[in-house]
Design a protein around this ligand. Structure first.
Ligand SMILES: Cc1cc2nc3c(=O)[nH]c(=O)nc-3n(C[C@H](O)[C@H](O)[C@H](O)COP(=O)(O)OP(=O)(O)OC[C@H]3O[C@@H](n4cnc5c(N)ncnc54)[C@H](O)[C@@H]3O)c2cc1C
Length: 543
């Protein structure tokens, strides 16, 4: 594994300050889109630098519903092309990152008065199966009795039937991280906490100069802005005006024992063309999402009491015996969808999820919209354009760029080794829990960990202390919040948002970077502030 800690970060910063040689490609933003572009371009042989204002997956890519899916909902909007593309990419992700993308049976019930009755659902899912000729189980129709056998929590009154169909669940932040790590493995460099403040046109040899907030200037033959909901006029000039419609989506986390669904459920929203999901997540269940127009900083969309009320009220009629009150909420998150603006849409839910590539007059490219699921396809399209212009800047003797190989080369190399015959139960559990987040390196991580490293960070959650050290040394975590929010989802799954562990995590991180006690206080304050903004719950700094 290529180390990625404080020393590597310092070395890259000074390299950027000291060298004027242009990069083939500078990518602005390390969400799933920027990560996919960096990986693809690096695999084709380009020199690639990613500049990220905050942490990997800080934006929408750690705030989604965490599904790798074709999007049954888009069928109703006639978006067959989008669904086809997403199902094809889903099939590729099953192969490419099997430890992070899990095929699951979803249950989609129909109640009396619902917009989509059993026949419409069957028709829609038949189309879904037809568009998915890559892999997966076909859908199945369930009578009301069979639906309640499959999910005893479903309300009985008014139930007309259900369809069970396949889609996949993932960990969005770790999927993004996996793409970034593989981009680095192929030679890309990634600098986080490095906001780009301007992109200027320059004369040869480079075409662009990218300016960071500390005054560093980076030369590049090509620049792609992949700043998601931040893709505004600041980065794109006139092309950024009126480019996006922002839509906020909130999710709530409850304890699994309070909402013990057996599989992900789809809940229809009355009188609107939109659905919600109720998704089991280990010892937790999460519910969401809302879909409402949003203005403001996409990093501070937050969760309000109204968001909470809306979700609880929509889900309650379908799961009447579940505990769905405000006191049951353990945590929450919200994200902002960067939707390509469309005239005539009556609500944000009706705006297409298709992506779009735009170009500034000086040749800076940007890509917006799309889905977590379709990131690879989006990257391939834009890197094709990047390659064409970068090759023009190369001298004749320079080797040509390779063709795109991301459709077939897996994101993670190797399979997590199956448990060994002499593993005791405890070791087998450790390896399988680590494998669900780290894939093939799980067995090596387990073997290297001492008793303290193997211990759980919080008793009812599967995360281990050795993962904290791994995040600091090999996964580019700069701040304690990066560890407890995006390397491990403690902020979302723990009722205290990671408070019991945060001092130790901040101390390890600051020690590794050679910092002082004051830095630990800064880390705790940053964690407290970010958690308060994101979850709507202000944790107490433990002393
Ligand atoms: C509520 C919700 C639910 C969703 N559910 C799903 C789902 O289940 N499945 C699915 O496939 N898709 C889903 N999506 C869509 C998906 O999450 C997004 O399409 C995707 O994450 C967008 O990724 P991105 O990289 O384009 O943007 P982002 O992830 O927002 O990344 C942009 C990055 O750019 C950085 N940046 C911004 N400005 C600068 C700057 N000046 N300099 C440097 N860096 C900068 C930001 O810090 C950020 O990290 C959902 C979206 C939302 C909001």
């Amino acid at each position: 594994m290529r180390p990625w800690g404080a020393a590597e970060r310092r070395a890259l910063r000074s390299r950027l300050r000291d060298t004027a040689e242009p990069w083939d490609l500078v990518v602005v933003g390390a969400g799933i889109t920027g990560a996919g572009i960096a990986r693809d371009a690096a695999m084709r042989g380009l020199s690639v630098l990613v500049l990220e204002a905050a942490d990997v997956a800080f934006g929408t890519s750690s705030r989604s519903t965490r599904l790798v899916h074709g999007g049954v909902r888009y069928l109703e909007q006639g978006e067959l092309g989008l669904v086809y593309e997403a199902l094809r990419e889903r099939a590729r992700l099953y192969q490419s990152a099997p430890h992070l993308v899990h095929a699951t049976r979803f249950l989609f019930p129909a109640y009396r008065g619902d917009r989509l009755g059993p026949w419409k659902l069957r028709l829609g899912l038949t189309l879904y199966d037809t568009l998915n000729f890559h892999r997966g189980e076909p859908h199945e129709y369930l009578t009301p009795e069979a639906a309640r056998m499959a999910e005893p929590l479903l309300a009985e009154a008014g139930l007309r039937g259900a369809v069970a169909y396949e889609d996949a669940v993932t960990d969005d932040a770790r999927l993004t991280l996996a793409v970034v790590l593989d981009a680095r493995r192929h030679g890309a460099e990634v600098l986080t906490y490095a906001p780009v403040v301007a992109i200027e046109a320059t004369a040869a040899p480079a075409r662009h100069r990218v300016l960071l907030d500390d005054g560093t200037a980076v030369a590049a033959h090509a620049v792609v802005v992949a700043a998601g909901p931040w893709s505004s006029a600041t980065l794109l000039g006139a092309r950024g005006n009126d480019l996006l419609t922002l839509s906020k989506g909130t999710h709530l986390v409850v304890r699994a024992r309070d909402v013990p669904v057996r599989q992900p459920l789809v809940v229809q929203v009355p009188r609107e063309k939109r659905i919600l999901f109720v998704v089991p997540w280990g010892s937790r269940t999460y519910l969401g999402t809302t879909d409402a127009a949003y203005e403001g900083d996409p990093g501070k969309s937050g969760v309000t009491a109204d968001d909470e009320r809306e979700i609880l009220e929509l889900v309650r009629p379908v799961l009447p015996t579940a505990r769905l009150d405000a006191a049951a909420i353990v945590s929450a998150w919200s994200g902002v969808r960067p939707l390509v603006r469309a005239e005539g849409a009556r609500s944000t839910a009706e705006v297409s999820r298709k992506h779009r590539i735009v170009e500034r007059d000086d040749g800076v490219l940007a890509i917006v919209g799309g889905k977590l699921t379709t990131y690879r396809q989006m990257a391939e399209e834009i890197v094709d354009r990047v390659v064409a212009r970068v090759e023009q800047a190369w001298p004749a003797e320079h080797a040509r760029a390779q063709p795109c190989t991301t459709a077939t080369v897996p994101l993670v190399v190797g399979e997590p080794e199956p448990s060994a015959p002499d593993d005791d139960q405890e070791h087998a559990t450790l390896v399988s829990e680590l494998a669900s987040r780290h894939g093939p390196i799980a067995r090596a991580m387990a073997a290297a960990a001492d008793a303290a490293g193997r211990a759980r960070i919080i008793a009812d959650l599967p995360y281990r202390w050795c993962e904290v050290d791994h995040a600091i040394g090999f996964e580019g975590a700069v701040h304690a919040i990066d560890v407890v929010r995006r390397r491990l989802p403690l902020v979302l799954t723990d009722a205290q948002q990671g408070a019991t562990a945060i001092v130790e995590i901040a101390t390890r991180l600051v020690d590794a970077a050679g910092g002082s006690a004051r830095d630990i206080d800064d880390e705790l304050e940053r964690w407290r502030a970010e958690v308060a903004i994101e979850t709507g719950r202000t944790p107490t700094i433990p002393r």
